[in-house]
Design a protein around this ligand. Structure first.
Ligand code: AMP
Length: 190
């Protein structure tokens, strides 16, 4: 199985590249942000719980996120593999992911980080705000908070994968196809 963590700050292009990857490699896309937005839209208990964290640009508690991901892994363990997008976002989540996959004799093939300068991220999120309808894309304070949360809580996850030699970085500025090529070149080495 090909199990990839696509990593990067908000606005780095994880969603765009995931869409291309699932098509090329027939992988199951696990985007925790998309899953939460689906719950929000359907008005489930999980959605209600996640809403205040999401609206403010803070992380939803680990146990909630991890439980949601575990259900998805269970559902799709016979598939060709997973793209994890927006997960793991804390070292605790990364450890939980390893142990959840381990239960099914699976593991992460590699983590690919999209590198994009902060000013470019802000520009992209504001552009996306025009069409996304996302509350957390709408104002500078929320965007700044999400970038701060990324720096403080999520960036250490890169170190976690570096320790096991699974961390690779690509330049996330350029054409969608050029970035995709860099990613597929890395996948070819797995
Ligand atoms: P995203 O679409 O990945 O930018 O996620 C939108 C929001 O959903 C985040 O700002 C968090 O509030 C929440 N969220 C998504 N994934 C996670 C995660 N792995 N851990 C905690 N919160 C998450």
């Amino acid at each position: 199985m090909l199990n990839i963590v696509l990593f990067g700050p908000p606005g780095a292009g994880k969603g765009t590249q995931s869409a291309k990857l699932i098509e090329s490699y027939q992988l199951v896309h696990i985007s925790t942000g998309d899953l939460f937005r689906k719950h929000l839209g359907e008005g489930t208990e999980l959605g209600k719980l996640a809403k205040s964290y999401m609206d403010a640009g803070n992380l939803v508690p680990d146990d909630v996120v991890i439980g949601m991901v575990e259900d998805k892994i269970k559902e799709h363990q016979e598939d060709k593999g997973f793209i994890f997008d927006g997960f793991p976002r804390t070292v605790n989540q990364a450890e939980a992911l390893d142990s959840m996959l381990g239960k099914y004799d699976l593991s992460i093939s590699g983590m690919i980080a999209l590198d994009v300068p902060t000013e470019e991220l802000k520009k992209r999120i504001k552009e996306r705000a025009k069409v996304s309808g996302r509350v957390d894309d709408q104002d500078d304070a929320k965007i700044d908070n999400r970038l701060r949360v990324y720096e403080q809580e999520t960036k250490p996850v890169a170190g976690y994968y570096q320790e096991s030699g699974k961390h690779k970085e690509v330049n996330g500025v350029g054409s969608v196809d050029d970035i995709f090529k860099q990613i597929t070149d890395i996948i070819a080495t797995y």
